[in-house]
Write a protein that binds this ligand. Structure first.
Ligand SMILES: O=C(O)CCC(=O)C(=O)O
Length: 246
């Protein structure tokens, strides 16, 4: 496969978002889902509205990553060679993602509008597996009707943009879109109001037919979100971070 980042630009998002519908093959998708499902149970963190795995590990309280390689099933072929060929992390401090969150959403589950924050270089690359889902993009500044709790916005307003992520796709969000907006997934059993009028990557979809009726039922959808954590502690310094030595 060869990919063309310029042709993948989501035009309404001003050069800060790219969508590649056929990023992993069906066989690769099945294998990645098998790897996610066969991770040991303690790998999963259960939240009230989704469950997630954190690779290689959760950040410390000071948003530091304890240096450790990602497992090969998350790097090959996604990071190497594909991200490298696309050059998407070329300007990031470590020139490559060093952290992956795996999120799993059952029908009815989602994630409240939030920002990923300053722990990461402002770029996130998301591989979607299993089923399509709509990602909503909101303005960061709270408008009337929005309430803030712990940095997460509870919105009653409408998203400014909606991105339909098909299974096997890659979505890249960076720059101002990363720093100046919030993203979330509605807790819904159907994604509705689909069409060129509301989905900003409509022209880039692999298939439009399943959505032309205007809605799609949710099924279990898994995402792999790749980021570059800015602060990394080498293993030699790990004890210091854990408070073990001076
Ligand atoms: O699953 C997704 O596509 C979004 C995940 C997300 O917002 C996050 O990990 O911060």
């Amino acid at each position: 496969m060869s990919y063309d980042l310029d042709g993948a630009r989501i035009a309404p998002l001003s050069g800060d978002a790219f969508y590649i519908s056929d990023f992993v093959s069906e066989d690769e998708e099945a294998w990645l889902m098998h790897k996610v499902q066969s991770a040991p149970l303690p790998r999963w963190t259960h939240l009230s509205h989704r469950r997630l795995q954190t690779w290689p590990s959760a950040l410390t309280k000071t948003n530091t990553l304890l240096s450790s390689p990602l497992p090969s099933w998350l790097t090959d072929p996604i990071i190497s060679p594909r991200f490298k060929e696309l050059g998407i992390f070329a300007n990031a401090p470590h020139s490559t993602p060093n952290h992956v969150l795996v999120n799993e959403y059952q029908p009815g589950q989602g994630i409240m509008p939030h920002e990923d924050g300053a722990a990461y270089y402002p770029l996130v690359a998301t591989v979607s597996l299993g089923a399509p889902i709509v990602l909503d993009i909101y303005e960061k500044n709270p408008r009337e009707g929005a309430e803030e709790t712990d940095g997460v916005m509870d919105f009653h307003g409408r998203p400014r943009f909606r991105i339909l992520q098909e299974r096997r796709s890659l979505l890249i969000m960076r720059g101002k879109l990363y720093t100046d907006s919030l993203h979330g997934i509605a807790e819904s059993t159907r994604d509705e109001d689909l069409g060129p009028h509301s989905i900003c990557n409509w022209d880039l979809l692999r298939e439009k037919a399943p959505y032309e009726g205007g809605w799609v039922m949710r099924e279990t959808r898994t995402s792999l979100t790749y980021r570059d954590v800015l602060k990394v502690a080498k293993m030699g310094n790990t004890l210091k971070f854990l408070g073990g030595t001076k």
